[in-house]
Design a protein around this ligand. Structure first.
Ligand SMILES: Cc1cc2nc3c(=O)[nH]c(=O)nc-3n(C[C@H](O)[C@H](O)[C@H](O)COP(=O)(O)O)c2cc1C
Length: 221
């Protein structure tokens, strides 16, 4: 399905691909160094930083995962855990608010919406401006036995989404704009209570402040 989507996108794109678990074999250990510093300080940074840099430098992010026991495969979840500090509740990357992403998933029968949510939650909380999904129940485990009707349906979705992602983005979708506002209020409230107790500012608060996001600036135009 990923190959079909890339075909629909055209052959003149530079594509950087990562395969899991090969390109990021570790589970997050919960050390929280990324929350206190940055993902570059993660003990698994050798693997995770190049992936994050590729995401930052991309025009389009494509995540793929089949359904395993009704959810995203563990390998993808293990990678996404490493980027928890990039959630809007912490220190989101400004680049995300003008980015597009596509989630591609399949199953024999059921669970694709859960996969879209499992990955989509991270994309939303990273601040991804627009996201799309392509999904198909195959009703077989052998691709050669999947009906032509279902293969055509995948092709139709790929063509439709590849057109949509070419469109220019002016600002993030409403959900992202609302999340950003809620998170900026939360940063201010948390900071206020810390000041009251005489505690130092959090790394996240300082990041939001430095970006001007607590004084009306937005990470999009
Ligand atoms: C461990 C495991 C769990 C699976 N769980 C589900 C499931 O919950 N629902 C489903 O419809 N298919 C399930 N499947 C089937 C796969 O989603 C399906 O075969 C998919 O097409 C595999 O994608 P791939 O060929 O890209 O690896 C499971 C397969 C495996 C190996």
């Amino acid at each position: 399905m990923k190959e079909m989507f890339l075909n629909s996108m055209g052959l003149d794109n530079d594509i950087v691909e990562y395969y899991l678990p090969k390109d990021s074999p570790n589970f997050c250990t919960g050390c929280k160094t990324c929350f206190n510093k940055d993902i570059s300080a993660c003990p698994h940074s050798k693997y995770t930083s190049p992936i994050w840099d590729s995401i930052i430098n991309s025009d389009l992010i494509v995540f793929t995962s089949p359904v395993y026991v009704f959810h995203v495969v563990g390998q993808v979840k293990a990678l996404l855990d490493h980027f928890g500090t990039k959630w809007m509740a912490h220190s989101p990357a400004k680049e995300m608010f003008t980015k597009k992403a596509v989630i591609i998933t399949n199953a024999v029968g059921q669970g694709m919406n859960n996969v879209i949510k499992d990955i989509g939650d991270s994309l939303d909380f990273w601040g991804i401006a627009k996201r799309y999904s392509i999904k198909q129940a195959l009703y077989d485990i052998d691709w050669s036995k999947v009906s032509l009707k279902r293969k055509n349906n995948i092709k139709k979705q790929c063509d439709k989404i590849s057109k949509k992602v070419q469109k220019e983005i002016k600002k993030p979708r409403l959900k992202i704009r609302i999340l950003f506002t809620v998170m900026s209020i939360a940063q201010k409230l948390i900071h206020k209570s810390l000041v009251k107790k005489g505690d130092p500012s959090t790394t996240d608060y300082l990041y939001w402040k430095e970006n001007g996001w607590l004084d009306g600036k937005k990470p999009w135009k």
